[in-house]
Design a protein around this ligand. Sequence first.
Ligand SMILES: [Fe+2]
Length: 263
Amino acid sequence: MINDILDLDRYPIDREGSPEWQQLVDDSIAALKANGMFNLEGFLRPGVAEKAVAEIRPVMDTHSHVHKRMHNIYFKPQIPELPQDHPALRKVETISHTVCADQIPGSTVLTIYEYQPLVRFLAATMGKSQLHVMQDPLARANVMGYRAGEALNWHFDRSEFTTTLLLQAPERGGDFEYRTDLRSDDDPNYDGVAKLLEGKDPEAQILRIKAGTLNVFRGKNTAHRVTTVEGERERMIAVFSYYERPGVMFTEEERIGFYGRAA
Ligand SMILES: [Fe+2]
């Protein structure tokens, strides 16, 4: 059954410890090191992304949470060492629609999220002894929808890694744009951040991925955004949250902040 969803012939994540499994882990680690990400194109078998979208569309159309806000690249009201008018604090707008895990029980997306060989494979690529699915009934896996005029604007991630699965690409726009290592743990590079926000950083790159691609991305110090979607087709992407410790929950405040409801 999972073999009908994931292309386990191409990506043998179910054969843990085999030479072909180890090769995939090694290739993924090498890509993470070189590019700050790896992509498993065709991770979903043909037709599966469309099926997953069909499962989610009714709730996305009627019960998704619209998140619309102005924010700076840090998602923080202020940075103590910067004046409020510093160009690194320029505000940008993010608009998206979110479907939470509790709204899509039994879906293909949740089946993939909970598939233990995937969790173990991801842990191996990240050099962790174990990863765990999140316990939070809302936050564990989300599907984000971006419609015409909507975008996820420039930011750094809070988490070390982000795992996403693109379910549907838009007709135009909705590209993943990133600037590798714009800052480091030791150097916030505020002038570089300002330059990027002014659209003057020649090192910003665009990645176009196909539906059915699994992407693992290190976004803590690599600034990134999803450009504005154009056209009729919604960009739909599943976002999977895994943690090193079991039982992780959001606080009620976080759930309200991200999803507009506590439960
Ligand atoms: Fe991000």
